[in-house]
Design a protein around this ligand. Structure first.
Ligand SMILES: NC(=O)c1ccc[n+]([C@@H]2O[C@H](COP(=O)([O-])OP(=O)(O)OC[C@H]3O[C@@H](n4cnc5c(N)ncnc54)[C@H](OP(=O)(O)O)[C@@H]3O)[C@@H](O)[C@H]2O)c1
Length: 247
């Protein structure tokens, strides 16, 4: 099985993506960095090239432009001389009460976190099927294990992504294409910095180290960090609604 280290990483301009790019580059990965903020990607790419000396390409991308998601896989492969993996990390967390007039926020959350991620993953899966090896990685969330109050759209997007990855894993079994589904709890990034409560929060460098190790090992699925989320994540679907309502 090929364990090449040329990866496309979406959502690389901030938070987990930027920290993960630093961590993977330090572990010898060549990277194509994608997001909307090209300036941030260029600054990060220059830092990574000078610190680690590996190939780093910059690919401006809005994942809600699904045609662009289909193009970006080929562009990454051209820029890196081939492609061994895709990490679908780009995401937003626009929260709001169900029925509170926030439909546009919900729509954008689903278009970005679910359809945008699938547009990239599906194109990469086709590319990997053709070349006979590859690695699909998705950053979902503990919030996808149970619908959480005020985060209905976000939870729905991550539940959909979990389901997509489970189905894809089963389909690709025996085809030399690995899948890794990651379920973070709370990691300190701009995505959640204004939330009132962030239980069991960890720093972004630690989160990126844990995620990079799961990617290196080609784990099929992992909570980040494992404790306490591997326990809480499995319990969440069984908790009574009155308890979930207090979240
Ligand atoms: N932080 C946590 O506690 C936590 C927990 C569970 C799951 N996650 C997931 O981890 C992923 C990264 O989140 P984060 O915490 O690192 O948040 P962040 O710091 O806000 O970073 C989000 C990244 O996604 C990119 N992005 C957003 N919309 C995009 C679009 N339409 N097209 C392309 N890129 C887009 C952003 O880049 P541009 O704005 O430059 O496009 C940015 O690079 C998300 O999928 C999130 O749901 C995070």
């Amino acid at each position: 099985m090929s364990q090449g280290k040329r990866y496309l990483l979406t959502g690389a301009s901030s938070g987990i993506g930027a920290a993960l790019a630093r961590e993977l580059a330090s572990r010898g990965y060549d990277l194509a960095l994608a997001a909307r903020r090209e300036d941030s990607l260029q600054t990060l790419a220059a830092e990574l090239r000078s610190r680690f000396g590996h190939q780093v390409a910059v690919l401006p991308l809005d994942v809600t432009d699904y045609a662009a998601c289909q193009d970006v896989v080929g562009l990454a492969a051209n820029a890196l001389g081939g492609l061994d993996g895709l990490i679908a990390n780009a995401g937003i967390a626009l929260v709001g009460k169900a029925g509170g007039g926030h439909f546009e926020r919900v729509r954008l959350t689903l278009e970005t976190n679910l359809i945008g991620a699938i547009a990239c993953l599906d194109t990469a899966a086709a590319y990997f099927r053709q070349q006979g090896h590859g690695h699909l990685v998705a950053i979902a969330s503990v919030a996808g294990k149970r619908g959480l109050p005020h985060s209905a759209g976000y939870s729905a997007s991550k539940a959909g992504l979990i389901s997509y990855m489970e189905a894809t894993r089963a389909e690709l079994r025996g085809k030399n294409i690995d899948t890794t589904l990651l379920l973070p709890g709370f990691i300190d990034t701009p995505l959640n910095s204004d939330m009132a409560s962030r239980p069991f929060l960890i720093g972004v460098e630690r989160g990126a180290r844990l995620i990079a190790t799961h990617i290196d090992k080609r784990a099929s699925s992992a909570y980040v960090p494992g404790w306490p989320w591997a326990v809480l994540g499995r319990l969440l679907p069984y908790l009574p609604t009155w308890m979930i309502a207090k979240f």
